[in-house]
Design a protein around this ligand. Structure first.
Ligand code: GLA
Length: 381
């Protein structure tokens, strides 16, 4: 992919570019907790976005997206990023860096990647991280990785309309090979935890569905959590977010919240607990326990937080009853995307066959299987 992006750059533009790579991510556990300053447990993967960049002597920037075969030009002084267009991530990062006082000059840029779009592997976070890092390298801006993650989060909020948390760009920037990150989304710091999978692996099943309501439902869930916090603060004045509550507080929380809000708050509170348990289980190489936590997380996301969908639930049930599978759960924001499974190596091929058959029969859709290698974070390549 690197050489494809470089070749394309040389074909479209004149100069020799510098190239950066920013990975997508998986999340082992800890879903819909990041925007409540909770805990998440992501890892960067070997799939990602490549960006080739060089300065130009023009009065405008030129960007070319290899995957869409589209070129786009814009002036740094007159950018108008619009929601939903790939070039908005480029202009969005430029706008945010400009506002932060970095003196951008004109450049040419080519981007391309190998993350299946809509699979929930954070292609958009990888894109803004790659663009931000490429610009920082090109102009020697000393931008700390944590700040780059915050700019990328902001770009996603402003230009994709998703009121997302910090997890995706953070994982893309801080990933380490064969390690997951136990990320505290309040302090925005993490602890690396080795992933000892032995004769097991994480395998993704791409449902190939991405429901249209996803971003508005995501924003509604976040708003519901904030509403719960507003109510609960009157009785727990010390709390800032749901992250400050413990499983032991649940019965009191249930008395205080309306019926519609309690299950959502319960999910966030119990999920934060599961993140710590999963990190401990991984450190103890107790994969059976990790698998059980994946199942519990899925049930909570499905029944309490209500962000799953029939296709993913079907896949989760199928996976759960297949030999060699220790656990499975929906991954990412929800309403489609991928199921994360923990499967025994020796059973992978029979697992694939039975999942394919069942899913095809039920939904007339062929699922994809994505083998993920846990890789390093964003870097010049
Ligand atoms: C999306 C968001 C993240 C996070 C997850 C759910 O991936 O971008 O910030 O909230 O959903 O855990």
């Amino acid at each position: 992919m690197k050489s494809k992006v470089t070749q394309s750059f040389l074909h479209h533009f004149e100069a020799e570019p510098l190239v950066v790579f920013a990975p997508g991510r998986i999340n082992l556990i800890g879903e819909h907790t990041d925007y409540q300053e909770g805990f998440v447990f992501p890892a960067a993967i070997a799939h990602g976005i490549y960006v080739a960049i060089a300065k130009n002597n023009l009065n405008f920037c030129r960007v070319y997206a290899l995957d869409f075969d589209q070129e786009f030009t814009f002036e740094l002084g007159g950018m108008s990023p619009k929601k939903g267009h790939w070039a908005s991530y480029v202009m969005g990062m430029c706008t945010l860096l400009n506002q932060a006082g970095y003196p951008l000059r004109n450049f040419d840029l080519v981007l391309g990647g190998d993350i299946p779009i809509g699979s929930g592997l954070s292609s958009s976070a990888a894109l803004s991280v790659a663009v931000g890092l490429a610009i920082a390298k090109l102009f020697s801006f000393p931008i700390a990785k944590k700040n780059l993650a915050l700019y990328s989060q902001k770009a996603e909020q402003l230009f994709a309309g998703v009121n997302c948390g910090i997890m995706d760009p953070y994982a893309s920037l801080f990933g380490v090979e064969n390690h997951a990150m136990l990320l505290d989304c309040r302090s925005v710091t993490h602890q690396e935890v080795k992933i000892p999978l032995n004769e097991y692996r994480f395998l993704l099943v791409n449902s190939k569905v991405s429901h249209a309501l996803a971003s508005s439902a995501y924003n509604q869930r976040r708003a519901a959590c904030e509403e719960s916090v507003d109510i609960l603060q009157k009785f727990f004045p010390e709390i800032r977010t749901l992250r400050d509550l413990k499983v032991g507080d649940l019965s009191r929380v249930q008395q205080l919240l309306p019926k519609s809000l309690f299950p959502k708050a319960k999910h966030v509170i119990t999920e934060c607990g599961r993140v710590h348990q999963a990190a401990k289980a991984l450190q103890n190489e107790n994969l059976l326990e990790v698998g059980n936590l994946l199942k519990a997380s899925h049930e909570s996301l499905r029944d309490d937080f209500e962000v799953s969908c029939p296709e993913i639930d079907f896949l989760a049930i199928q996976a759960g009853s297949t030999k060699g599978v220790l656990g499975a759960r929906m991954m990412g924001g929800g309403f489609g995307g991928c199921l994360l499974t923990l499967v025994k190596d020796a059973e992978v091929s029979s697992f694939k066959t039975s999942i394919k058959e069942g899913y095809l029969n039920k939904f007339k859709l062929m699922p994809d299987f994505i083998e993920v290698a846990v890789g390093a974070g964003a870097r010049q390549v």
